[in-house]
Design a protein around this ligand. Structure first.
Ligand SMILES: [Fe+2]
Ligand SMILES: [Fe+2]
Length: 310
């Protein structure tokens, strides 16, 4: 009872819960699920953009894209490491991902059809990720909050590189401008879906807010993203494909339309355009990496023996 009171006090005071502290089972399980889902998203998110590394239009674009995709791998690693502080096993989480028992962000189940998608993903998808993740720098679980601080710094670079790429294309030919607009048309609604279902339908929001794992609701974050993105779209010279989008002076926010939530649930349920391909690719990469893991373990075992002798 004392432990529980201490936990409640820590969370209510806005302090951090650390791995050595007692925590309720539900808190631990919720965190493992959320952080694992987040880690899987970083790793699966390497695929849509990785698709364009070999076809980058210049050495400079290739270097930027390579760096970005490698950052995402690093984000996955920080986050898997954070789940391990809660007693989760990384191998087990990967198994859950490749067998479809754990999810990742719905956005990565959409294909990347042109190089403009690299820019639009940086601008909109990493932009939405920033809105979601900045409040997580103050989440109640210490290792998660600290991982998020590092990740957010890199996400700002991701967003800027995307926006800069799009600015360059918009200053190019009519065909390039059309390519950017076409990509924005495809990615706008799926980007809004990244914040999850409307608050009224979000099963976990209330509990997560009470535990201060989550700091803002899905709808609050979606609004923040729209307000942040509209002036950027104007500056870029693209049209966001939503006829309902307009400034509401009374609310001091933009009004906007609802994404197609049936499509969202289809994608979350495994039936998006690229779900099977993404998971299959991840499974193959995991299997192909078996010998690397075996070699690393053998090396560590040998070294342990050597250090014992010395
Ligand atoms: Fe990331
Ligand atoms: Fe990113």
């Amino acid at each position: 009872m004392d432990l529980e009171a201490e936990f409640e006090r820590t969370v209510a005071a806005g302090q951090r819960v650390e791995p050595r502290d007692w925590m309720p089972d539900g808190y631990r399980k919720t965190l493992i699920r959320q952080i694992a889902q987040h880690a899987h998203s970083e790793i699966i998110g390497m695929q849509p953009e990785g698709n364009w590394i070999s076809r980058a239009p210049s050495l400079r674009r290739k270097a930027i894209l390579l760096a970005k995709v490698q950052d995402e791998a690093g984000h996955g690693l920080y986050l898997y490491a954070a789940t391990e502080t809660l007693g989760a096993d990384r191998g087990d989480l990967t198994e859950k991902l490749v067998s479809g028992r754990q999810k990742y962000s719905s956005i990565f189940n959409y294909p990347t059809l042109s190089y403009a998608d690299v820019g639009v993903i940086g601008w909109l998808v990493d932009g939405a990720a920033i809105c979601n993740q900045v409040p997580l720098c103050r989440t109640s679980y210490g290792p998660y909050a600290r991982a998020m601080i590092r990740i957010c710094k890199e996400e700002s670079f991701h967003q800027r590189q995307g926006y800069e790429l799009l600015m360059t294309m918009m200053g190019g030919t009519d065909a390039q401008r059309a390519m950017v607009q076409e990509s924005v048309d495809r990615f706008w609604w799926p980007s809004l879906m990244m914040f999850g279902p409307p608050d009224a339908e979000s099963a976990n929001t209330e509990r997560s807010m009470a535990w201060r794992i989550k700091r803002n609701t899905n709808d609050e974050l979606r609004q923040k993203f729209v307000d942040m993105t509209v002036p950027q779209a104007e500056k870029l010279g693209v049209t966001l494909p939503d006829p309902a989008l307009k400034w509401n002076p009374e609310r001091g926010h933009h009004d906007f339309g609802q994404p197609d939530w049936d499509e969202f649930w289809q994608v979350v349920g495994g039936n998006g355009p690229a779900n099977k391909q993404r998971v299959e690719h991840r499974r193959r990469a995991h299997e192909d990496g078996e010998w690397v893991r075996a070699a690393a373990e053998a090396h560590a075992a040998k070294r342990a023996v050597r250090e014992d002798v010395a």
